[in-house]
Design a protein around this ligand. Structure first.
Ligand code: AMP
Ligand code: MN
Ligand code: MN
Ligand code: MN
Length: 287
């Protein structure tokens, strides 16, 4: 006998369009979420907010869907750890945020050349040109685009396999890079009136003590939330980050981290429930 599936919450506060490393235009991301019954959606492209005007226009066609302007900012913490900080309900025209994102994006082209050079050393030739064919925003070349090229070349089976073999930290195609500082990223989000949320904490490669240090630092800077429900989290991690959210008095967030219908990310628009006792970050936008 199967137990009935838990209800899903019609909220998705983390997804990508072709303005970063997703494959759908912002309007199709919105349409897809709306058609699945999503009532609150944040488009959170990496380091860029320029998908929002098109997303907003599309959202105006769906009276039951509220769209939040969002962003996922790349951060370097303690010199060597990459973190992602989500900004939710930002003013995407705010000059501090816009200028900050220009600065974060500006390093990506040169980083892409270094990634290609590193891949060349292990026999993956033509990676820069190859990745460029998948790039949909010239200011946003991402490891995802290299990954799509490597799969096309037949050198790995799927996204997980490419990262494991070539692109994750410690693998031959990984290069160190300095992104925004944590204080800068949080301050841009706050200046723009948004809520700062630590994305997919389960993805970071530091231990529990450093995670606690990070949360103290994040909260001191004005960070308010932590992503608890994410496809990067197994069930036990959802529970563990739910407890951490409660212990630190952080609001809990949930998102699909949707990039494309083809790759193995969770479908957009509806999320599993938060663990018991968590305060949803979305209460203020969705009653
Ligand atoms: P970048 O900002 O260029 O470093 O690229 C980071 C992106 O790569 C993430 O936002 C994900 O879309 C993707 N990514 C990172 N790690 C993995 C992984 N293990 N499997 C699949 N995609 C990944
Ligand atoms: Mn991505
Ligand atoms: Mn991320
Ligand atoms: Mn993401």
């Amino acid at each position: 006998m199967s137990t009935p599936a838990k209800p899903l919450v019609p909220v998705d506060l983390h997804c990508h369009s072709r303005v970063s490393d997703g494959t759908l235009p912002p309007e199709e991301v919105v349409q897809r979420a709306a058609e699945r019954g999503c009532r609150l959606l944040a488009l959170t492209d990496h380091d860029d907010v320029r998908g929002l005007p098109a997303a907003r226009l599309a959202a105006s066609q769906y009276p039951d869907l509220r769209l939040l302007a969002g962003v996922e900012i790349s951060v370097t913490w303690r010199e060597k750890h990459t973190l992602h900080i989500l900004g939710l309900d930002v003013d995407d025209t705010h000059p501090d945020l816009v200028a900050g994102l220009v600065q974060v994006r500006s390093g990506r082209a040169e980083r892409a050349e270094r990634i290609a050079a590193a891949l060349h050393k292990v026999g993956v030739e033509g990676a820069l040109e190859g990745a460029q064919k998948f790039v949909t925003n010239p200011e946003l070349v991402s490891r995802t685009h290299f990954a799509r090229f490597i799969i096309e070349r037949g050198l790995a089976r799927d996204m997980q396999a490419v990262f494991k073999k070539y692109l994750a930290k410690g693998k031959p195609g990984y290069v160190a890079h300095q992104w925004a500082t944590l204080p800068d990223a949080v301050s841009w989000i706050k200046a723009a009136g948004g809520v700062a949320v630590l994305a997919h904490p389960g993805r970071y490669d530091f231990g529990k003590a450093a995670m606690r240090d990070l949360l103290h630092e994040f909260i001191d800077l004005g960070g308010e939330g932590i992503e608890v429900v994410s496809p990067s989290h197994a069930g036990a991690e959802v529970a563990a980050y739910g407890r951490l959210a409660n212990e630190f008095g952080l609001l809990a967030s949930a998102g699909s981290d949707f990039h494309t219908p083809e790759e193995s990310w969770r479908a957009i628009g509806l999320q599993p429930e938060l663990p018991l006792g968590c305060t949803p970050v979305w209460s203020r936008w969705l009653s």
